[in-house]
Design a protein around this ligand. Sequence first.
Ligand SMILES: Nc1ncnc2c1ncn2[C@@H]1O[C@H](COP(=O)(O)OP(=O)(O)O[C@H]2O[C@H](CO)[C@@H](O)[C@H](O)[C@H]2O)[C@@H](O)[C@H]1O
Length: 490
Amino acid sequence: MYIVQVASECAPVVKAGGLGDVVFGLSRELENQGHIVDIILPKYDCMRYDHIWGLHEDYNDLWVPWGNSSIHCTVFGGKVHGHNCFFIEPHSNDNFFNRGKYYGDNDDNLRFAFFSRAALEYMCVSNKRPEIIHCHDWQTGLLPVMLFEQYKYRGMDSQRVCYTIHNFKHQGGGSVDILRAIQLNNDGYYLSPDRLKDNSIPNHINFMKGGIVYSNAVNTVSPHHAWEARFGTEGYGLGHSLYVHQDKFGGILNGLDYRIWNPEVDDYISMPYGPDDFELKAYNKKGLRERLWLEEKDRPIIAYVGRLDDQKGVGLVHHALEYALRRSAQFVLLGSATSGQINAQFWQIKHRLNDHPDVHLELGFDEELSHLIYAGADMMVVPSNYEPCGLTQMIALKYGTVPIVRGVGGLVNTVFDYDYDELHPPEERNGFVFHQTDAPALESAMHRALELWYTDRKAFNKLAIQGMRYDYSWKHPVEKYVEVYERIKA
Ligand SMILES: Nc1ncnc2c1ncn2[C@@H]1O[C@H](COP(=O)(O)OP(=O)(O)O[C@H]2O[C@H](CO)[C@@H](O)[C@H](O)[C@H]2O)[C@@H](O)[C@H]1O
């Protein structure tokens, strides 16, 4: 099958979080299984150009209809670790993708509406006719709308869309001006409740709702989160739309790319190791301590890696740090804040603890360091408020770093409590789970993990090795995506 992925991220060239990992890992495994995949991305000024090989002009004369005129774009082709990517560069004073960052500007909705339009226009005029266009998150929610309302009549009538939602909280939207920009000139039609009308803000369109209504198949990234979004509050107002479209909605658990996330072959860590020579993990703990100036002693290291965002339970992340110190453990944090307030709060903590021999906070994005943390830590905390899938706990498992997670979303589908899991026998359990969003709940799970580390190291290591033996690769999820593609293709 020929599949085009359209997304705002693809690791390692553009990665702000898990979306980038998924777009790359999914594409790579699809190709392994014999499919052809192209990936279309914006050409950001701040991408990791060192991960692109053979960047060249692929299509120089792309004119993308926009408002009353059109914007000239150049499309660049290049290989990202062997995979075909196309980068769209608009030439206009809006400088849509020359902002020194991927997201976070007031006109983000317009920027990605433009990107969706440009991706379709490029496929249309360059004669790319995939069987499946796979769109991701709010940034590309308008693509299926334009495909079925406009491009279907321009020779793209047999393309089908699979739409994957990685985060319901960010839906994209705005006034009907956006419809004008993408030339969907019939406000009454598009603003109807069964099309793009936002479910709560009057006279607003909602990109993600558009994606749900117009795509042929819709999924989120774990079975449990699909249930939460449909029946709980985690759909952030889109629960009703999911109900209306329930026949085409489901959950497919993410995978991990084990060529990137595998301690047996990881170039960024101090010493390779696997479940059969787990004792070598200790060299990575030493390497991590040396790199981050932590004191060398017989203590566990607890880590947090992730965006510092309300979604991730930042209050509990901070609490985990304080509790770890109280229990004489060491704590390492690698995170980038998504708001100025959270950023300031963590810089303050960092300054306060700057000379502490048992703590290191690294505030920013550092892919290489993240590998060493997964390898060197003993435990990883993931106290999320909600978590569609979560990759950090799956990476931690592969690196024999025991996850301590809140039982929500994909965390429920991947981490099974050492003491209390009822569905898995003891030899299949792999972590610690708590349920409430308060500090005592987190402490009780951390306490159980720390007690095991302090009092029965053998049992702790056995648990870590059990986690390493889980297969959360892309192999099985890709089979599920291919089933979906087969079902919807023309
Ligand atoms: N400061 C930093 N430095 C280096 N690396 C960092 C980093 N902060 C995060 N990362 C890395 O980014 C990825 C984050 O994965 P998550 O699953 O937590 O994604 P996120 O919440 O962004 O994405 C959303 O999409 C993904 C993919 O579908 C879902 O798993 C998830 O639940 C959903 O919220 C991991 O690879 C992690 O190591």
